[in-house]
Design a binder for this molecule. Sequence first.
Ligand code: G3H
Ligand code: ZN
Length: 284
Amino acid sequence: TLSSTRALVDDAAERGGAVPAFNVITLDQAEAIVEGASSAGVGVLLQVSENAIRWHRSPEPILAACRELAAAAPVPVGLHLDHVEDRDLLRRVFARAGDLGVGSIMFDASTLDYEDNVEATAAVVAEAHALGLWVEAELGEIGGKDGAHAPGVRTDPDEARAFAEATDVDGLAVAVGSSHAMREQSAAVDIALVRRIALRVPVPLVLHGSSGVADDVVREAVEAGIRKVNVGTALNIAATDALRSALAEQPGAIDPRKYSRSSRDATAALVAHLCRIIAPAASA
Ligand code: G3H
Ligand code: ZN
């Protein structure tokens, strides 16, 4: 079922868990994510980043495909736009948000100064709320967006509270030690900081760069107050490793259905596993 992000996050929060949010680049990945979530019996978000949209050259085809997959899924699936900086892209999606099935966006103005981040985010929140969309923003800078593991600036709990109040944002991505695009689960997440932010901030917190976070640390972060867990790189690694092996094992294969099957299966299996880590056991 196509579900709103708000419903998925509220539901996860009520049960003290988090909603798994998986990055989608290709249709194959979206299919595998829905398959994995369905086998785990867990509602998820399909999230498409501005970068992924740029790869497709336009937002509508991949979003429409995700919407159809969500509508046909046996579990609730929401559609989220991830790490958007381009206001023109937002305008284009806002113009068709209902029809594209998009329930939420993450507006990333984290590289701006605090005051500018507040101003830009508040403007986007006002536009998005008029359409009934759930909005996530980022405070503090989560490293690794260009592939490097920048140390990033940690989110300050008091500033986060002021930011949430000043912007009316619905969810907040926090810089607590995770970093984007990590290939190993070695991030040192400051769980005490997550807890302090969660106590101060009235909106759900979002963990980015979760591919670099070990399963037990993800669990601790959820227990400490994370309500949406974003995973991208780990799915790419699982799919690409499986694809490399399949191509090596079948050097004559030219039909994508032959050489991509193991990739899709590996993605679905990892998604099911992560759903069981991230979402509360009660929902499985
Ligand atoms: O917004 C997307 C996530 O933060 C994914 O990060 O690719 O490091 O798992 P990741
Ligand atoms: Zn992210």
